[in-house]
Design a protein. Structure first.
Length: 337
């Protein structure tokens, strides 16, 4: 089966694809291009490509209508909000995705951001690099931080990333609380983690890390009222979805001293709009606000992981076996042959 790969992919994964057919490799990270869905469908048809592997490209109905040879689409992300899964099912195309592919990477970034906030690493680095360090003893008091051991981490959402973040936090001696309305106290994976309501978590946590998905029920979950429940010395970290946090309220809470600061890896848009409230806060309060450019999953290991997952499910599909990470199970009895 010929394939077109528009996602970053491992060498081993490409070699495996080429064992079963031709594989064109044009990752969007190199081409800096996202296809028009109808144009992409026409290309797949012209190249008799039965498999498509993407990360950022939109898979809409026009693509499935135009790509008559397409039988298998792998999405190298957990989220499928850029894929018309119903249209894929209607056209008999099997869709798989890669949940958990970046859980370790994002969890490690959470810990890195918490450490950077707690020990004021960016401000201390800028101080030393800019030549301000003239008094040998001044930094000892100017950049005095706090240790993580004994502090409380509150996880808003306890999925794959939240579980990995909890494990890392336990490794440095933190107490961990979690809020997740879809879990019960006896659920697997909650050993050494206290499942609490959101109000309790916000009141007790020294660091609040947001891992809730983007949905109508989570939009504005961390609003001005929620931020008022947090301790004045507490920090907020958000690596999941910008819609969960009221950014204007967060900026006001930091500037007013209601909370100590925040670190964000997700923003209203990418890149951050010039008028974004948190961008202005970061410029004026660089020792209290950290912004990273959506790099949570940007590791070599994430690419290795999603490549292996996509190849594994393609092999299962070609062998007539149901893929492990099938996103549209309704398609299986009616898939294109």
């Amino acid at each position: 089966m010929n394939s077109l790969v528009l996602a970053p992919f491992s060498d081993g994964g490409l070699a495996a694809l080429r064992e079963v057919g031709a594989a064109a490799y044009e990752p969007w990270t190199q081409t800096q291009r996202l296809y028009d869905p109808e144009e992409l469908g026409a290309r797949l048809a012209s190249q008799s490509a039965g498999a498509l592997i993407v990360e950022a490209d939109f898979l809409l109905e026009e693509l499935f209508e135009a790509a008559s040879p397409l039988r298998f689409a792998a999405v190298c992300r957990a989220s499928l909000n850029h894929v018309d899964v119903d249209a894929a099912t209607e056209h008999g195309v099997v869709v798989v995705h890669t949940p958990g592919r970046n859980a370790q990477a994002v969890a490690e970034l959470v810990l890195a951001l918490i450490l950077a906030l707690a020990r004021r690493v960016p401000a201390a680095s800028a101080y030393a690099a800019s030549g301000q360090w003239e008094d040998p003893t001044e930094p000892y008091t100017r950049f005095q931080g706090r240790e993580l051991a004994g502090a409380t981490l509150g996880l808003v959402g306890y999925g794959a990333i939240g579980r990995r973040a909890a494990a890392l936090a336990h490794g440095v001696g933190m107490r961990v609380l979690a809020y997740d309305p879809y879990l019960t106290p006896g659920a697997p994976g909650l050993r050494r983690v206290a499942l609490v309501d959101l109000e309790t978590l916000l009141r007790e946590a020294d660091f609040v890390s947001v891992h809730a998905p983007d949905s109508a029920s989570t939009a504005g979950l961390i609003d001005a009222a929620a931020l008022r429940l947090m301790r004045p010395g507490a920090y907020l970290v958000n690596v999941s979805s910008p819609s969960v946090v009221d950014m204007a309220a967060l900026a006001a809470a930091i500037e007013g001293g209601a909370i100590a600061g925040a670190a964000l890896d997700v923003h209203e848009a990418h890149p951050i709009p010039p008028n974004a409230p948190m961008l202005d806060a970061a410029r004026r309060l660089p020792d209290r606000v950290l912004l990273t450019p959506h790099i949570g999953g940007a590791t070599e290991e994430t690419i290795e992981r999603h490549s292996a997952m996509a190849v594994d499910d393609l092999r299962r599909f070609l062998a007539g076996r149901r893929p492990k990470r099938l996103a549209n199970p309704q398609v299986w009895p009616r898939r294109r042959r």
